[in-house]
Design a binder for this molecule. Structure first.
Ligand code: AMP
Length: 584
């Protein structure tokens, strides 16, 4: 096996690598570093995030820098501010014993004048995001006429994020005789076009198997009804008490909604998406890195800059349409020799996309059962007991209190004591899953007053994000209409300029009247009922069967305790004669 010491790298870099505990090059490093030290041709390297590609280009870039020249000799472009900061920090740490090397990061969302000052002072290596780099060139603050090496890191993502024009503009300022290194996790045709336009007979390296990151990852999927996805997610979290993972969602709105729901339900979860300010994003990422947040709900783009090595799970809340995106997502777990799990919560309409992923992956994704309530309770209980067993007793601190505690509890037997002590921690789960079990197990659930079967109608309201509307605000607004105290609220989708909300169809007419009479923050609200979409026609109806339960999570707030449950369909009821019904 090659070691770094077997590669003819400058001694200061080897020393820095040793400090970082880099002893054996990762597969991409083992291929790219020696090749770059001997060749000045262009290179395309297929590598996932987290495979060690920063050092793969970083070591050669550093070793080929002429420290006597105070001019930009290498420029590294990457898609996000976080990645930009990360790469520049990594390069600084590799250059720890190279005091004459000057590296600077230039990215948007930070004062431009400081970055200009840094450039003015003279740097040899620039790491930048395309928008800010192009800006600096236009302002004559950055000169690239001496650049010998251009690195495009996460090229696919830069194009995905719409940086094509900036990339073309920047490249037109770099001498043609440069060496271009393109690193990408995937090779969609946009990246191929970019390579064809700007690179000359590139050499190709793929880090061993392109799916390297997937080798020690187990892939499972759960088949559930669309309306049960959130429920399944909660069960996954409950079944894995030490979970530390990213839940990938498609849209910013959905990302925020799921994070809100999870937080509300008591999970250490948070959202990461493009609608957050830079400060908010940094806070979320720090909390996630520190593992205070155990589940990060994120869009693909927002999660790009996040470099975390020890994720236990990747959860696909939907199967992405592009199989490469799935591969990239799952490559975020199972790193550094650890095992990882990639889970997908899939409903029938997504099975086609799942097949495409399996094909791309080259092996099947295993269908598995959403954990049942009893199973989860057992798991949580043993997790708790494990913790008790592992807890070290600090005798110095507590011994003086114990005699009184023993005295106070002396009337209880050992069993009674354990029962109470377990209940303190565990009642939340038992309570929640006890309710779930009732919902599933009763063959013909007696219609309780507050658990009747509901029909929802979807209302389209003329207020949305632009009016500052949030889900919570909308629920408050519905309550203020005073149509009925027991009105049931189903799925809510807040769009930019309008919103869709499922409300108990029993009150359809009263609600329409109430909407026309009431204003939201002084704004008149136009409300109409959603109609089923005709094939091929645009419209806003999202429930193909208005008037019937559409599977929306019911979001109810009774006695101050929020819960999610759903109407039981007659089919489900039938499927549950005597024996436990599978949930999915
Ligand atoms: P990267 O893909 O460059 O972001 O690297 C992913 C992670 O792997 C980072 O935490 C690096 O510090 C670490 N890393 C990179 N190369 C090596 C190596 N040869 N040995 C050990 N860790 C490494």
């Amino acid at each position: 096996m090659t070691k770094f010491t077997d590669i003819t790298l400058p001694e200061p870099i080897l020393r820095a690598a040793k400090d970082l505990n880099y002893e054996i090059p990762t597969p991409i490093q083992a291929e790219v570093i020696p090749w770059l030290l001997d060749n000045d041709r262009d290179l395309i390297a297929l590598a996932q995030t987290g495979t060690g590609k920063t050092a793969a280009f970083g070591f050669p870039v550093l070793s080929q820098t002429d420290v006597t020249l105070n001019q930009v000799q290498s420029i590294i472009l990457c898609p996000t501010r976080e990645l930009c900061i990360q790469i520049s920090k990594d390069l600084q740490s590799y250059a720890k014993y190279m005091p004459l090397i000057k590296i600077t990061a230039i990215y948007g969302g930070a004062p431009i004048f400081r970055q200009k000052e840094a450039l003015k002072a003279g740097v040899q290596i620039v790491v930048g995001t395309p928008g800010r780099v192009a800006d600096m060139i236009r302002q004559d603050a950055l000169h690239l006429n001496k650049v010998a090496r251009l690195v495009l890191d996460e090229a696919d993502e830069m194009l995905n994020m719409g940086f094509k024009d900036e990339l073309f503009e920047i490249m037109s300022h770099i001498p043609e005789a440069r060496q271009t290194l393109l690193f990408s996790a995937t090779m969609p045709k946009e990246v191929v076009n970019l390579a064809n336009t700007f690179m000359h007979e590139p050499h190709r390296i793929s880090a061993g198997n392109e799916n390297e990151g997937v080798a020690n990852i187990l892939h499972f999927f759960y088949k559930v009804q669309a309306r049960d996805k959130y429920l399944a997610l909660k069960r996954i979290a409950d079944m894995n008490p030490r979970i530390y993972g990213i839940v990938f969602c498609r849209t910013r709105t959905e990302t925020q909604e799921i994070a809100d729901k999870l937080q509300h339900d008591g999970y250490n979860a948070d959202a990461l998406h493009g609608d957050l300010s830079q400060g908010q994003r940094e806070l979320v990422m720090t909390r996630f890195r520190n593992k205070y947040v155990r589940l990060l709900i994120a869009t693909d783009v927002a999660a790009r800059g996040l470099d975390v090595d020890d994720l236990t799970h990747i959860i696909n809340y939907q199967i992405p349409a592009d199989p490469d995106v799935y591969i990239h997502r799952s490559g975020r777990t199972g790193r550094a020799g650890k095992n990882g799990i990639s889970l997908s919560i899939v409903h029938t309409k997504e099975l086609g996309a799942l097949k495409a992923v399996e094909k791309r992956l080259g092996h099947p994704i295993v269908l598995t059962k959403v954990p049942g309530g009893r199973e989860i309770c057992e798991k949580q209980l043993f997790h708790f007991i494990d913790n008790v067993e592992r807890t070290e007793v600090d005798h110095d601190q507590i011994d003086s209190f114990l005699p009184n505690v023993y005295k106070k509890l002396s009337w209880m037997t050992r069993e009674e004591l354990i029962q109470r002590f377990v209940s303190i921690e565990f009642n939340r789960f038992l309570q929640y899953y006890k309710d779930m079990k009732d919902l599933e197990q009763s063959p013909e659930p007696a219609p309780k007053k507050d658990k009747r079967s509901f029909s929802f109608s979807t209302f389209r309201l003329s207020i949305g994000h632009v009016n500052g509307l949030t889900k919570r605000e909308l629920m408050r607004f519905i309550n203020q209409l005073k149509v009925s105290r027991s009105i049931e609220i189903g799925q809510i989708d807040i769009m930019n300029e309008y919103s869709l909300i499922d409300l108990d169809s029993e009150y359809e007419d009263q609600l329409l009247k109430a909407f026309s009479r009431n204003k939201y923050k002084g704004i008149p609200v136009a409300a109409e009922l959603s109609k089923p979409l005709k094939k091929g026609k645009a419209g806003f109806a999202r429930n193909p069967n208005p008037g019937k339960p559409d599977g929306a999570d019911r979001y109810s707030d009774r006695k101050g305790k929020k819960s999610f449950d759903r109407p039981v369909s007659p089919k489900e009821k039938r499927g549950f004669k005597g024996k436990p019904r599978r949930e999915s």
